[in-house]
Each structure stands twice: as C-alpha cells, then as structure tokens.
Design a protein. Sequence first.
Length: 241
Amino acid sequence: MADFRIWQAADSALVVEFGSAIDRKVSDRVLALAETVKESGLPGVTEVVATFRSLSVIYDSLLTTGGELERAVAALIKAGRASSHVTRLWDIPACYDPGFAPDIEEVARSVGLSPAEVAALHADPQYHVYMIGFVPGYPYMGDLPAQLRLPRRSDPRTRVPAGSLAIATSMTAVYPYESPGGWHLIGASPVRFFDPESAGGALLSPGDAVKFRPVTAQEFARIRLAIERNDYVPANTEIAT
C-alpha cells in the first residue's frame, strides 16, 4: 500500500499528503517532492505549495488534466528520484528585552525558568521552516525546545506588532506585520519577513533554517534604522543537503 495519497483540490490543483503529524521526516518528503516536481518540468504545472505534511501542485487545466498529473506525480514519488536541495541558513537578530517581550515573564513562570533562561533556550536551536502561512510571510518554525512548549494563549490579541517573536506548542514564528495573534510574545526581530515590493515577497521559504542571534535594544534600534535605509540584509549561508 502506498504511504502517500493524492486527491483533486478544486479544478486546477492536486494535494499530495505524506502523513498526519508535524514531523521533520514528513516535511523532508514534502520538500523533496516540491523540488522534484519543479525540476521535472511536468506539463501544465504552474506552482507548488508546501505545508507541514502535504504538497499542493497547482496546474493549468488547459495544458493537462488532473488524472494525467496525478499519474505523473505518483510515478515521481515511486521512482524516488534524487533531488538536490539547497538550504539557506539565516542569521536573524532577535531582542528578548522585556520591552519587546510582553509575555516572557509569564512564560518563564509557567515553565519554571528565568526570562534570561527562556531567551537563551529559545536562541539555542537551529530552527527548520516547515511552511509559510496564516498571513503572507509568516514562518512556522520548529522544533521548539521541549521546556518552552506551551499551548496558545487563552486570550488572543487583536493587534500583535510587526516583528514580534512568538512561541506556541512546538513552533516559533515571527509576525511579519501587525495582525491578530494568539501566540506568546517573547521578543522581536527588526528584520522584514515580508516585503510586497521584493521579488519573492516572503523572506523565508519552506526548508530554510534559522538561527536567532540575541541583540540588545540598542543594536535592535541600529539594525531597524539600517533596514529603513535599505542598508541591511540578514546574512544567510547556502548549505547543500
């Protein structure tokens, strides 16, 4: 029996599902298929969209049919075609000072740590970008250290400032612009995570890696000013995987 399933979504998209949980192995399969489909040049495919456990393959119904594409995609999966993938490791400045972190003291009390320990623990891992969603440019990143895992807030905010660094369940994220939100706010980044005038819009992509670099409030202000002058771009290193 196949360990994936494919079904038609609307009249011009297929969904390929690999699992039912948030899991790095599942995410790796989703991202590998995304690269394989793009590299294969299947007729009619216009876009692929990765999620935690599935891939949407969007197509032009004037150039192919759902049935033809389903058979082609299934064949690619079964063939196990190797796909090169370049991971971008991003260096993202983050300030955990209380003025940028309205929930860090509450989080610290909930998990039995000090605010400084929460900040250090959060900044320690290299995070995996599972998907972009909720609002444009919003990166769902995992996996959060077990000590920091809390359910979403019981009282969501109607306005979360742009750049807010947040945690909930096993995920961490940065709000790309002001929006509602129900995650715990433990810091902020001056980096633009979504720019409608840029080529791709979102800074990060599924499969990217992120390392948060703690900065002071003064350094945060300096970087934000440089970004406003278009004099700062977060560093990233490409790593072949």
